[in-house]
Write a protein of this length. Sequence first.
Length: 274
Amino acid sequence: MNEIQAFILGIVQGLTEYLPVSSSGHLQIGHYLLGTADSGSLAFDVMVHVATVCATLVILRKEVFWIFKGLFRWDGRMNAEQKYTLNILISMIPIGIVGLCFKDYVDAIFEGSLVVVGVCLLVTASLLAMTHFYKPQERESISPLHAFIIGIAQAVAVLPGLSRSGSTIATGLLLGNDKQKLAQFSFLMVIPPILGEALLDFKHMVAPSAEYLAEHGEQAAVSTTALAVGFVAAFISGCFACKWMIDIVKRCKLIYFAIYCAVVGLLAIGLTIF
């Protein structure tokens, strides 16, 4: 993987992590088109995912500071910050179960399949389209039950091509949650799972098991320069995409992404068939 390829893929990851179009699906398509699937792609994917976490922390720094400011304060009952944190923890339960018990199984079956990516992009398109036609009355805050349901949507989005942000935001909107609060919650709730997944992948890179090597083979090395270029590209584009997506959700203009996902999904299927 050279620096130009790393730059392109970094921008792809930075934009698609927040836009509801599936970052994993677009990275797979990007690796396929650029011929970098075996060029240290695991190390690179870990690096650009960490970059998008950093972008989230920068853009939502006020919300993060607000959470930590009240997290350890006790006034006899749970405050708003502690309730918010509890909802994030509740939302992590489904992805925690899937990540620890089924992620390797899912990766072994579906990784590298553009047909699966295409089909899941069509599912993402359907979810986003539903938010355009069904608009329930908004609730003031996200309840623990809704946090858990949104967490289930995030867990299902381990499938390549099924957008994590698209699934969580669309589910929250269909449940009637406040648009701006939902976008912020959706981006904050994915930070622990992304970091957890990055740590697991890093473990595989440092000390790969026999089972992992049998499924994935040896990963080619990728240069430090390419990793740095990918990280910076993903971070900068991620900052722009995060701010942009919050504004888009507030205005509920997701139908255009539904059309985009449908087109790219059909193209991904077509690349495989033809």
